[in-house]
Design a protein around this ligand. Structure first.
Ligand code: ADP
Ligand code: MG
Length: 214
């Protein structure tokens, strides 16, 4: 499937062109239409299969096409397990947002808390975060998630392995808008802890598993 065929906003097609990609990978071809339709998604596929764009592109499309639910709150939060992954995802997002008016910040553990607070005060549209540090800012009321439209969990199984279950739940509870959509990616789905938290966070999700099947 070609990226042109998804019905993306033209600005998105342009940024994909800059990345030099024409055709979607299998997880992208199957996950993107579900996400664009506004449905919650429970997805798995192996490392290197292109999951980052499978969630970033529908996130961008939603932000371009729809009016924000709130002026103050972030529109999209991407949770990732590690600082390295946070940097990678943030780098991709920055490239995709380069020609747009939308802003993004990186909130990860180990970096200066006050600097992050200042960045949050500018009301960014997108936040890429590790769960523990985002919860620290939520508790300090540096950020509010009532108007959040899209919550994305990348490598959810690794976040659970790293002990982020309670942080994931706290973020889920704070992102309380009825219209919130959730995209949940995990290397494995046949794991009790993963299916438990998925059932708490997702509402009637579409399931996409590449290379395994349910
Ligand atoms: P995953 O999260 O599934 O491990 P990534 O999103 O990190 O995979 O993507 C792996 C690599 O594939 C990256 O270098 C990315 O730029 C590249 N990639 C993503 N989508 C495509 C595509 N449609 N065509 C070619 N390369 C792609
Ligand atoms: Mg990945």
């Amino acid at each position: 499937m070609l990226f042109e065929e998804f019905g993306f906003d033209n600005r998105i097609l342009k940024s994909i062109g800059h990345l030099g990609f024409d055709a979607a990978t299998e997880i992208q071809a199957r996950a993107i239409p579900e996400a664009m339709a506004g449905r919650d998604l429970l997805a798995s596929s192996k490392t290197g299969s292109g999951k980052t764009l499978a969630y970033l592109l529908p996130a961008l499309h939603r932000v371009y096409k729809k009016k924000a639910l709130s002026k103050r709150d972030p529109r999209v939060v991407v949770l990732v397990p590690t600082r390295e992954l946070a940097k990678q995802v943030f780098g991709q997002l920055r490239l995709l947002l380069a020609a747009s008016r939308f802003t993004s910040i990186l909130i990860q553990g180990g970096e200066n808390f006050n600097d992050q607070h200042k960045q949050l005060q500018k009301d960014p549209h997108f936040i890429v975060a590790t769960p523990g540090r985002l919860v620290d800012h939520l508790k300090q009321r540096h950020v509010f998630l009532e108007g959040l439209e899209l919550l994305i969990l990348d490598e959810a199984d690794r976040m659970l392995d790293l002990g982020f279950a309670e942080a994931m739940r706290a973020i889920n509870a704070a992102a309380s808008h009825r219209q919130r959509q959730t995209l949940f990616f995990s290397a494995t789905l046949d794991n009790t802890q993963v299916s438990e938290i998925a059932s708490e966070l997702l509402r009637e999700p579409s399931r996409v598993a590449v290379g395994k099947g349910f």
